[in-house]
Ligand binder design. Structure first.
Ligand code: UD1
Ligand code: CA
Length: 462
């Protein structure tokens, strides 16, 4: 039977106290809605609709191709939102499954959705429930004396006895299409919030003699995000899941509680992650690499056996066996080839260091190409910007850039060339040449003796 998925995400999320629409908040590498879509994906639904409203443009920008947005102009409740979603579904057969999920449930797992989608026991509706120690804010599941679900009561419409019930409605349902469509038509907005509640569908179906099957799960799969502290709790749980998955696959972590890896990141077995590591976006870490302590890397790759510590990497490629840090900043367009080294207080941008090239201390390299095995002495910088334009510096293989060289671009320095320490190099240097740019040193013999005499004379004057 085809499955169609409707995800409700039109609410503002007032309780988040944020301008960002609720489902666009990030947790452990994905937006809240992104996590829900990830859990849905393996179901291979015939169609997926996301109902948007508040911050619609922002939410839509996070939707993958093939997921259809439907705009709910006014947020009249989850029942109304579901109706808007249904209007955008195409080719729905009466016996098809319609799964309705809320976009603020990032902890949903694919396994749970598989259980929810299971139609072996054909009922009008299935609904995820869980028993919470503190059910405050959630709709409560009301069962009859035989333990059968009869309805869901929102907290604001509940009495004291109902409020004491720990079993909550998680906000994930699978309906037989015709039953959902029929029952939605009967939902009214006569309740504490004046909204059309999707949850009323449950009571309506049961009232018609249909059976409702609860799918029970643990709280950590279904917490709904309504506030910043719940977002933090969700982030924590999601990160723990990712770290667990990585450790099971053979990644070493000194302290998983202080290791922050986006779900979108790839870390190979045998990599070692130290505390304070943040790996984000499209980052990859190869086997045998040591990353951290204290590394922030986004959209970067770290090669096999490389060591990167106390460093910031943005759009950088660190090759096999490279060393980076402590205290290095690799900006976009940085490429370190095999065995290259970028050391302490070094910044690079749009720069390639060839195999085995080294910039060990206090250097800025921008718009530069550095040949294999070339050494960049401490304090040297490429002067790549004249206030108007950026200019390139090209240095050949096996060159030796003396300490504190100012390489004033555009500039080409040949293979095996040497620049003298403290030189401001403004013209190209041929292969094998030494370029020096220094005023001659002056030496005044016996100077300190004369200085001491002058100081003594001054003292007697005083
Ligand atoms: C809802 C359920 C409650 C359940 C809880 C689980 C209803 C009436 N109540 O309450 O039983 O325990 O979720 O977390 O369904 N939305 C729209 N359009 C609207 C209203 C809401 O798209 O007009 C979306 C929201 O963006 C959100 C989701 O529906 O993603 C749920 O809405 P929310 O306001 O968070 O519902 P709760 O009060 O948490
Ligand atoms: Ca909610």
């Amino acid at each position: 039977m085809p499955i169609h998925v409707v995800i409700l995400a039109a609410g503002q999320g007032k309780r988040m106290m944020s301008d960002l629409p609720k489902v666009a908040h990030m947790a452990a590498g994905r937006t809240l809605i992104g996590w829900v879509l990830e859990a849905v994906r393996p179901l291979q639904p015939a169609s997926t609709v996301v109902v948007v409203g508040h911050g619609a443009e922002q939410v839509v920008s996070h939707l993958p191709i093939g997921v259809v947005p439907a705009v709910q102009e006014e947020q009249l409740g989850t029942g109304h939102a579901t109706r808007v979603g249904l209007d955008s579904l195409e080719d729905v057969g009466p016996e098809d499954t319609i799964m309705v999920l809320y976009g603020d449930m990032p902890l949903l797992t694919h396994d749970l959705l598989e259980r929810l989608a299971d139609r072996s026991d054909d009922v009008a509706a299935r609904m995820v429930t869980s028993v919470f120690e503190d059910p405050t804010g959630y709709g409560r599941v009301i069962r009859d004396d035989d333990g059968l679900v009869v309805e869901v009561i929102e907290e604001r419409d509940s009495d004291d006895v109902q409020r004491a019930i720990g079993e909550i409605n998680a906000g994930a349902y699978a309906f037989r299409a015709k039953d959902l469509i029929d029952a939605l038509g009967a939902v009214s907005n006569e309740n504490a919030q004046g909204e059309y509640y999707l949850t009323d569908v449950i009571g309506i179906l049961v009232g018609r003699g249909e059976r409702l099957e609860p799918v029970e799960t643990t709280p950590d799969e279904v917490i709904g995000i309504n506030s910043q502290d719940q977002l933090t709790e969700a982030r924590h749980l999601l990160q723990a899941r990712t770290n667990q998955r990585l450790m099971e696959s053979g990644v070493w972590m000194l302290d998983p509680d202080r290791t922050y890896v986006d779900d979108t990141v790839t870390v190979q077995a045998g990599a070692r992650l130290y505390p304070g590591v943040h790996l984000e976006g499209n980052t990859t870490v190869a086997a045998g690499a040591q990353v951290g302590p204290d590394v922030f890397a986004v959209d970067s790759s770290i090669g096999a056996g490389a060591t990167v510590w106390y460093a910031v990497l943005r759009g950088a490629v660190v090759g096999e066996g490279c060393e980076v840090g402590p205290y290095a900043s690799l900006r976009p367009g940085t490429v370190l080839e095999k065995g290259a080294k970028v050391g302490t207080f070094v910044e690079t941008k749009n720069t390639t260091l060839g195999e085995g090239a080294k910039a060990p201390h206090l250097t800025y390299l921008g718009d530069a190409t550095v040949g294999a095995r070339t050494n960049i002495g401490a304090g040297s910088i490429t002067v790549n910007y004249d206030g108007y334009e950026k200019h390139p510096t090209v240095i050949g293989d096996d060159a030796f850039i003396g300490s504190d060289s100012m390489l004033i671009a555009p500039l080409t320095i040949g293979d095996r060339a040497v620049t003298g320490a403290g030189s401001a190099i403004t013209r190209d240097v041929d292969a094998d040449a030494l370029a020096l740019e220094r005023s001659e040193q002056v030496e005044i013999p016996g100077y300190s003796q004369r200085r001491a005499e002058r100081q003594a004379a001054k003292k007697t004057e005083d």
